[in-house]
Ligand binder design. Structure first.
Ligand code: FCB
Length: 468
């Protein structure tokens, strides 16, 4: 199995908790480009981005940050930050282009080189197996609405573990299954862009089943720590006591939080959730043993946090556009309070502190903050660029407050072990295209030149202090 020149300590696993480790994250489709190179098959994002109107600036990940070719430079940037972790994702269609069957060795070689390159630079590689780039042939066969996709995911996980499991010991199976299931199959604003209403609950179940089956295969390949990365949210009802308000709050909490945590912790879908998502009670969908397989299947829980959710019943049926992402929930609106980032998301670091504490309590598992960061206007505002460097003090303030919130949760006793910044590079931000920038590093789209922003230097300073 081993092809690597790396001879350091193996494997890299979950931080031991003695201190908070720092990192930064990216995702394959958002940075790699090279979508037709070295045998990579098409993914649902290649297809979806061709649909008129799907992406704000009609762009795609075809070139993105060209990290497929420039990964050495990007690994240098991570090393220059001085953080412990680089969380990257593996593109399923590079490794198993048709989703099942033949393995593409050149795809595996790419991640092999990347993992070695990180280790040589003293960075721990942490891999996510699914950050939304489903092979298109699997979508054509039903996508996450069918059970076979979960089974195919486990087979792909085994292939990757066989090749990289000696050096990657901390695995994230899925990134944000809420987005994959509900933005993808209910709201239709992410790939594959389907509006299937309650059928999207089938995707939610198959995603968590896929996580559990993949976790089994990863563990069978060798010692490792396996987790799942969830975009759970603190739900802060804007209205209470009014008719329908509690039902709205409960439905949103059910679909955003409990649909993932309940099977993971209790091995069951709770009654309130089943009332919103009766599909999850269907025995054709949930086979005997499924929920037991999911229960206890994670060694840690990853949290991606950006903003709190403040629901209120929709006045006169004027429902929020995101309403489609909560099939079965009563009509609601979402209130967003100032201040907000450039993508319109409310800034409130106390939401992260609350979420870390409640998730640690609910699961009893170590928590890793696997994404947190801010879209800021950056170079769009001329005054923000000083001597050719983006002086993103607004992002520095966001990160500083959220890191402090993570530390506060830790001080309050929550077992939180890592804080990972989203993201290293300005990149393809899904349905927003290249219009929203979250990066610590600015990219000039004309020549792909990478220039660290003030926030990059700030993270580097924090990492230096943390190492002592
Ligand atoms: C998360 C995604 C990540 C990025 C950030 C802004 O939902 O996991 O890829 O788009 O939001």
């Amino acid at each position: 199995m081993r092809t690597s020149a790396y001879t350091g300590p193996l494997p890299v696993r979950l931080p031991d908790g003695s201190r908070l480790e720092l990192g930064t994250a990216t995702a394959s489709y958002q940075i790699e480009g090279a979508v037709a190179e070295d045998g990579r098959g098409p993914s649902i994002w290649d297809t979806f981005t061709e649909r008129p109107g799907a992406v704000r600036d009609a762009s795609s990940g075809e070139t993105a940050c060209d990290s497929y070719h420039r990964w050495r430079e990007d690994a240098d940037l991570v090393a220059g930050l001085g953080v412990e972790w680089y969380r990257f994702s593996i593109a399923w269609p590079r490794v198993v282009p048709a989703g099942t069957g033949a393995v593409e060795p050149r795809g595996l070689d790419y991640y092999d080189r990347l993992v070695d390159g990180l280790l040589e630079r003293g960075v721990k590689p942490t891999a996510t197996l699914y950050h939304w780039d489903l092979p298109q042939p699997l979508e054509d066969a039903g996508g996450w609405l069918v059970r076979e996709t979960a089974e195919a995911f486990a087979d792909y996980a085994a292939v990757v573990a066989e090749r990289l499991g000696d050096r990657v010991g901390a695995w994230a199976t899925l990134n944000e299954p809420w987005c994959a299931a509900y933005l993808g199959y209910a709201a239709g604003v992410h790939a594959p862009g389907r509006r299937e209403g309650g059928a999207a609950h089938r995707a939610a179940h198959h995603l968590m089943l896929g996580h559990a089956l993949a976790a089994e295969r990863l563990r069978a390949a060798g010692p490792c720590d396996v987790g799942v990365v969830l975009n759970l949210a603190p739900i802060w009802p804007e209205t209470t006591g009014e008719a329908g308000a509690d039902a709205v709050t409960d439905a949103i909490d059910a679909l955003r939080n409990r649909v993932w945590l309940d099977p993971l912790v209790d091995g069951a879908y709770d009654e309130g959730l089943l009332a919103v998502a009766p599909e999850l009670g269907d025995t054709d969908l949930v086979h005997p043993g499924d929920l037991e397989a999911v229960q206890g299947s994670a060694d840690w829980v990853g949290l991606n946090y950006y903003t709190p959710v403040r629901p209120t019943p929709a006045a006169g049926g004027a429902a929020h556009p995101e309403g489609g992402a909560y099939p079965g929930a009563p009509a609601f609106d979402l209130v967003v309070r100032e201040p907000i980032t450039d993508i319109g998301w409310e800034i409130d670091a106390s939401g992260l502190e609350e979420l870390v504490r409640t998730t640690a309590e609910r699961t009893g598992l170590p928590v890793l903050v696997m994404e947190n960061g801010a879209a800021m206007a950056d170079a769009k505002v001329a005054d923000n660029v000083v001597d050719g460097v983006v002086d993103d003090q607004d992002r520095v303030a966001y990160l500083s407050d959220h890191l402090a919130a993570t530390r506060a949760a830790r001080d309050a006793g929550a077992d939180v072990r890592a804080y990972v910044v989203w993201t290293l590079l300005d990149n393809f931000e899904w349905a927003e295209g290249y219009t929203k920038t979250f990066g610590l590093v600015h990219i000039d789209s004309s020549d792909q030149a990478r220039t660290p922003k003030a926030s990059y230097h700030w993270v580097a300073e924090v990492a230096r202090e943390a190492r002592g």
